[in-house]
Design a protein around this ligand. Structure first.
Ligand code: HEM
Length: 289
């Protein structure tokens, strides 16, 4: 499905469900089976309320400041250049989120590392050769973010797992857009709006039709025809839009506040990830002044 109005109609229709995760009692399978993201109907509504409760405690202004300060610390230590996807785009937003979720400072690096291990496998459940490491990381997150109830614990982990790749992609894509459109460098807000409209990290969303057929919603193709003032489709809409959009915008904004005045993209240090569902740099070398 490649037309905006068709995508929005399907996202608003509860008859089109998300592909459900199979049951699982440990590791990544447990996480996917227990979050809101891969379930429909009443269980989705109940779990979504839990994740919204976690997210309601995450003040966007505080996240933005924290993300800026953490990014500046990385740049100060960078000695002229930094690979931003690893050192900043994934780590900084997750550290700010984990801190705001109540993870103590001495556990922050471990939690961020485990969330980064889980995140790429979380959408599909496919881990390839990294399965044991991903499962062990998910089990450690389950212990460290224990909320006393499995669905509430999974909701806290979901904040990190959902945020990681999409937020990193928004940061990397925004730096790329800024390198192509230098006039946008002075305004992080305008740059991010342009990025979410033209270079959204999520390329496709998936649903199952009422007849049981898989449906691919091609947000990337639908965005091709967008006019500059159109609202972005980056955060979804309808039955289950992203509940962390304000936090995502704040985190990306805070990172860009620190990057834009001091960093330029090294064109030889940019490589794109080859992924069907995501658009993001695999490698993004920045020259730091
Ligand atoms: C730029 C970064 C982000 C983008 C583009 C994004 C986009 C999306 C989209 C499109 C969905 C819906 C997927 C679908 O219906 O198939 C979604 C779901 C979700 N997002 Fe985000 N997201 C981002 C960052 C975040 C952050 C920072 C958080 C948490 C603070 C978050 C939490 C969630 C959760 C919990 C869901 C599942 C909602 C549900 O199951 O009903 N996201 N996101």
């Amino acid at each position: 499905v490649t037309e905006r109005r068709d995508i929005e109609r399907i996202l608003a229709d509860p008859g089109f469900e998300v592909p459900a995760a199979p049951p699982g009692d440990r590791g990544l399978a447990w996480l996917r089976a227990t979050v809101s993201r891969f379930v429909n109907g009443e269980a989705h509504a109940r779990r979504r309320a839990l994740v919204e409760l976690e997210i309601a405690r995450l003040d966007p202004e505080a996240l933005r400041r924290d993300a800026r300060v953490r990014t500046e610390a990385v740049l100060d230590a960078a000695e002229g250049r930094v690979e931003a996807m690893t050192a900043i785009a994934r780590r900084v937003p997750l550290a700010a989120l984990a801190h705001a979720l109540g993870v103590p400072d001495e556990r922050l690096d471990a939690v961020v590392g485990d969330a980064i291990a889980v995140a790429p496998a979380y959408p599909t459940g496919a881990t390839g050769s990294t399965g044991e490491g991903v499962d062990a990381a998910a089990d450690r997150l389950r212990e460290l973010l224990d909320r006393g109830d499995p669905e509430a614990t999974a909701a806290a982990i979901a904040v990190l797992a959902q945020a990681c790749e999409a937020t990193a992609g928004a940061i990397g894509n925004a730096m790329f857009v800024a390198s192509e459109r230098p006039e946008l460098r002075g305004d992080a807000g305008a740059l991010l709006r342009k990025t979410l409209l033209r270079a959204s990290p999520l390329r496709v969303m998936r649903r199952v039709s009422p007849a049981g057929e898989p449906v691919t919603l091609d947000v990337e193709a639908a965005s091709d025809g967008a006019a500059d003032g159109d609202p972005s489709m980056a955060f979804g809409s309808g039955v289950r839009p992203c509940p962390g959009a304000a936090q995502a915008v704040a985190l990306v904004g805070g990172v860009l506040d620190a990057l834009l005045p001091r960093c330029a993209v090294d064109p030889d240090g940019l490589a794109w990830a080859d992924l069907p569902a995501l658009r993001l740099p695999e490698r993004l070398e920045l020259l730091v002044s």
